[in-house]
Ligand binder design. Structure first.
Ligand SMILES: *Cc1c(COP(=O)(O)O)cnc(C)c1O
Length: 751
């Protein structure tokens, strides 16, 4: 609807750059003036008392105020509430003095004591109207209280980006209003990507000291011989909107305001609707209990908040989940499963460092420790030393429905509520020990010459070299994005499965084909420069799983075209350099392993996401397929798990031991016909994600999220969905072959 309206507006008139005299320019000026007024009216802000500045987003609005304060004589003092969004926290870096207020009481006491702290300096106090972490709403009265205290002036900035997405904001009393109000229009309307700063005109004088000027905010500039300029003196927005205005975004925001009103009525109506939904979600989460009576959700509600009271709480629920032993479930694991089920959650640090630290009781030293242990914003390592380092956030908006709330609750109920006491047979080390000495052997060996692309089956009767970095020719190449240099993965580009590399030792070539394409490309297998023209490759740095690695990229246009056509993104082939004795770590897909182990800390939870060799066992796959069959779901072929080694057992039917690999410390491949065997260490279980849903023969991800969804039900160990084990060669060289007998070594601690 909004798009239709915007389209009609765009087709109906020509909007030019507003700083000219042409008809189209005048039209823009008119439209922008009208939109400005409409936006002020949305917040009952009198245009006599307030002005609005269009700007990229709320962060840019905050920085505009920051710039003005930095340019005050003597700098400025900055106070901010602990619940502030990262974008408010960052202002402290340019302040001369700053203070973080750790609670509402501390703010109130400070106000009661006359706002001391800012001596002979301009001051700025900033806080969010609603926490973007858990949706709690903070008192709006602080702005006027701070203004009413005697002493040096302290300006107030209200970050209303989260609040206004689902709530009205009333600026009708300009004496009580914040001096600066930062907004993200896209959070209210979804489109366009635009922010705004509402300025109380009484406080506009702070901007007079702003040093910078740009095209649009200056009347005359002299550059040669003298440097002199005259800033615009008209309305405040003319002085602050540097450069060309985002005319078409402003036009779209007008359409957005109209459409929003048509669809939802007022922001107050949105507020009532979303509050009702949030209360249902909050109560529903609280009611969830495991069969043993323990709570499932830990909800991070502020003590002053009440889901029944809109002035204290917005329609957001922040929480974490625990299993029936009260162990935390990894947030990213919940997110992975939710996204497969079509539920959008936000997890992690939520851009709210102070709020997260106080809600999770994380001390600064713990956060620094976690950082050194590899925790990063958006990373997988979200439970460190038994504590979550982030949370799950469910936000409700104008378009959310009761059905959405029910869907989220039943999703959690289905996957994370332990219905019956945990079945002891899932951990049957006892059974395993009495099982007959199992007769394991190598059923299949596969290499993936190009990372994330199709596999190449190693022919039987062939001895295959195995090295510390993996099976020979495994992940020797990768496909990189031509713009960013990032190595592509099947997670983003499932069609990579359709790219089939073939190792042809007769011709000494890697031949690459793709089933829907008659073209075939090939590159020499050897890295020996005498085999090809060195101009065929150029050095390049590539990002593989977040680590920077040196690669050699192919310069051939035919190769680039082949991969670009196959995947529909501008990309080409690159080769990893061979590992050398002095630098074994340059080898590709295993950056995590090459890190000194101390960076990962002692926690056994921190497993490498990739490893030299991935092994799965046929009995475990059979167990999964039995489960799938029981639920009338199609069986999962071994190829979907992209293992290098498939191990099978030749025990009589019914006496197989699925999940035996959970307790393997390693396994030894027996010597065979004069060929020396190899010993492999098991590094840990392989943590799975939605990538196992990609059918490797069609490159299509299963809509229903199978078999990941079923795997998540039957194989969740400490919150992680494990299938297969990561392994590495012990020693420096060896070889393996299909059919060889394998002897497992038990004794690894169950994860
Ligand atoms: C989203 C948000 C921001 C940042 O807004 P941008 O428009 O992305 O710059 C700042 N503060 C709060 C409370 C937010 O919710």
């Amino acid at each position: 609807m909004l798009m239709d309206k915007f389209h009609t507006d765009m087709m109906g008139s020509l909007f030019g750059n507003p700083h000219s005299a042409s008809q189209s320019s005048q039209q823009s000026t008119q439209m922008i003036d009208d939109t400005r007024l409409q936006l002020l009216r949305l917040f009952q802000a009198d245009p006599e008392e307030f002005d609005v500045v269009f700007i990229a987003n709320a962060t840019a609005a905050i920085k505009l105020v920051m710039d003005a304060l930095r340019d005050q004589d003597g700098g400025f003092w900055y106070g901010y509430h602990v619940d502030s969004h990262t974008s408010l926290v960052g202002v402290r870096e340019v302040a001369d003095e700053h203070r973080c207020f750790e609670s509402d009481q501390v703010v109130e006491r400070w106000i009661g004591d006359g706002c001391e702290g800012a001596v002979k300096k301009a001051g700025l106090f900033a806080y969010p109207a609603q926490s973007n972490m858990n949706g709690r709403r903070l008192p709006l009265r602080w702005s006027s209280q701070i203004r009413d205290t005697a002493g040096p002036p302290i300006y107030t900035m209200l970050d209303a980006a989260a609040l206004t997405s689902t709530s009205p904001l009333d600026l009708s009393d300009s004496d009580a209003a914040p001096d600066f109000t930062a907004l993200s229009l896209y959070k209210i309307f979804g489109f366009p990507d635009l922010g705004a700063l509402i300025v109380r005109k009484e406080a506009a004088h702070v901007f007079a000291k702003r040093a910078y000027f740009g095209g649009g905010t200056v009347d005359m500039v002299v550059c040669l011989k003298e440097t002199w300029h005259a800033k615009k003196t008209g309305s405040l927005h003319e002085q602050l909107e540097d450069g060309t205005l985002p005319v078409h975004s402003i036009l779209a925001s007008r359409a957005a305001m109209d459409t929003h009103a048509e669809l939802y009525g007022t922001l107050d109506r949105v507020s009532r609707h979303t509050a009702m939904l949030a209360e249902r979600l909050y109560e529903g989460l609280q009611k969830l209990k495991h069969a043993n009576g323990s709570a499932v959700a830990q909800i991070y509600k502020h003590e002053t908040s009440d889901y029944g009271k809109r002035s204290t709480q917005g329609p957001i629920v922040a929480f974490s989940l625990r299993d029936s032993h009260s162990k935390w479930i990894s947030n990213t694991e919940v997110e992975k499963l939710a996204s497969i089920k079509g539920i959008q959650l936000r997890v992690g640090g939520l851009c709210n460092p102070g709020g997260i630290a106080s809600a999770l009781h994380l001390e600064p030293w713990e956060m620094r420790d976690n950082f050194s242990a590899g925790q990063r914003c958006g990373g997988e390592h979200d439970i460190l030393n038994g504590k979550p380092t982030g949370m799950i956030r469910a936000s409700l908006g104008a378009m959310s429905t009761l059905g959405d709330v029910e869907k989220l609750l039943s999703f959690i109920d289905e996957f994370f509520v332990d219905q019956a006491p945990p079945k002891p047979q899932l951990r049957f080390s006892a059974v395993r020990n009495v099982a007959p000495r199992a007769d394991w052997h190598i059923e299949a060996l596969t290499v993936y010459p190009i990372k994330s692309c199709g596999g190449w089956q190693i022919p039987s009767y062939t001895d295959w070299d195995i090295r510390p970095e993996g099976l020979a020719w495994d992940r020797e190449w990768c496909i990189v994005h031509q713009g960013t240099g990032v190595a592509l993965s099947q997670k983003r580009y499932p069609r990579m499965a359709l790219i089939r590399p073939h190792l042809d030792f007769k011709t000494g070539k890697l031949i690459i084909s793709q089933h829907s394409n008659a073209t075939v490309v090939s590159v020499p297998l050897s890295l020996d420069p005498s085999y090809f023209d060195p101009t065929d490759l150029k050095s390049h740095t590539t990002q593989v799983c977040g680590d920077t690695i040196k690669t050699r990229i192919y310069t051939s246009a035919a190769i680039a075209n082949f991969f670009t056509d196959a995947l529909g993104v501008p990309c080409t082939l690159a080769r990893f350099p061979s590992p050398t004795l002095t630098d074994p770590s340059t080898r590709h897909s295993k950056p995590q392993l090459s890190k000194p182990s101390s960076t990962f800390g002692p926690s056994p939870l921190l497993l490498p996401n990739e490893s030299p060799i991935l092994a799965i066992t046929r009995p475990s796959l059979n167990a999964l397929n039995t489960f799938l069959k029981l639920h009338s779901l199609p069986a999962a072929p071994a190829a979907q798990f992209r293992a290098n080694i498939v191990l099978a057992q030749s025990s009589p039917a019914g006496s197989e031991t699925p999940w035996a690999e959970d307790t393997w410390q390693g396994f030894a491949v027996a010597s065979d016909k004069g060929v020396e065997g190899a010993s492999l260490d098991v590094l840990g279980g392989c943590r799975r994600c939605g990538m196992v849903c990609v059918d490797q023969t069609t490159g299509i991800r299963a809509e229903a999220g199978e078999p990941f969804v079923s795997l998540a039900k039957m194989r969740r160990i400490r919150g992680r969905v494990l299938f297969g084990v990561h392994c590495a060669l012990r020693g420096s060289a060896g070889s393996v072959r299909v059919g060889q007998v394998v002897e497992p070594v038990n004794g690894r601690e169950s994860e």
